[in-house]
Design a protein around this ligand. Sequence first.
Ligand code: DSN
Length: 409
Amino acid sequence: MDTQIQQLIKKELERQENDLEMIPSENFVSLDVLKALGSVLTNKYSEGYPGARYYGGNEIIDQVEQLAIDRAKQLFDAEHVNVQPLSGAPANIAVYFALLEPGDTILGMDLGHGGHLTHGHPVTHMSKIFNFIRYKTNAEGDIDFDNLRQMAIEHKPKLILAGFSAYSRHLDYKKFKAIADEVGAYTMADIAHIAGLIAGKQLENPVPIFDVVTTTTHKTLRGPRGAMIMCKQALAKKIDKAVFPGLQGGPHENNIAAKAIAFAEALQPEFQDYCKQILLNAKALEKKFKEKNYSICFGTTDNHLLLIDLTNKNITGKQAQSALDLAGITINKNAIPDDPRGPMDPSGIRLGTPALTTRGMKQPEMEYIVDLIDEALTNHENNDKLAEIRAKVHKLTAKFPLYPSLKQE
Ligand code: DSN
């Protein structure tokens, strides 16, 4: 193998092993998922769908993709699933093109209030094609449904989008649905962050309620990097045509096989225990951060993540991320609602528990980690201190081996 890349993979494995991975959208896949990603399935072209392909030699591939579809349907109680989207952004874009005409209006959550770039941020191409109107949270950190309803009546959206990448509260899907029905809009949920928690039966499942639900497969769901779209049978043809040939070419079947494996793993009862622990760990972080006078955006967490406003700690999100990187704790700088600072150096940080929970860490470790984070942020300009904390981090992670068999290879 290319020794330069081999060395870099080895170093990245060491980084993942040694450091504390707290970016809430990241996780550690199983060895079976890793093997499928590196399998011969990567060699095959398979434009089309099971039973209707444009290339020969797809008898086995059809079975792989059908397994992924059937398992996803079972996991989320879905009428129809498309497992081909390469990632979250193309999945969302495919839905917009499947259901809407250029110029149509979409109501989506504001990025600064926890929404996602692909939900209509002005920097995206989609914002030039569709008319996105963005709704926000109120002072209590809840979605302001009265305001959302007024906006829906005023702007007459064709699609109302529920979903987030930095929001820590439960979403009331039935309220979204009632407003959408009142104005004749489609309902779309982007459950990328919480798909695992839904599959693990810890959070409400919007799939039976909404018209369309998109998700990535690599966050709490703990599968390979990729996405899928779930929808009502009546929309199946439109969604499938929008993904292929509308937006994508050949699907990545190695990745689809890895999705199928992850779905089978998530169907096991142990996955529900894993998800319960993700939530307990997030609550443990919240309690300890609050004891140390950290300001938790949206008031609390109902899921796996915390958005923390660092304004009262006199440190910016960028400074915090850099200091924690030196301390071996990986989080990301993040805008807080109506952030007065810019996106490259915002006022907050975002962190979460899915990856650490995969390693087997529980509440006592979470409490200790908040101590380490607090120590690092308090001493963010002291590199010696940050190196000391990094040593403590490595002592902790050594007790929770990640991929021992890969290390020996
Ligand atoms: N990058 C993902 C996240 O971190 O939430 C969303 O696209």
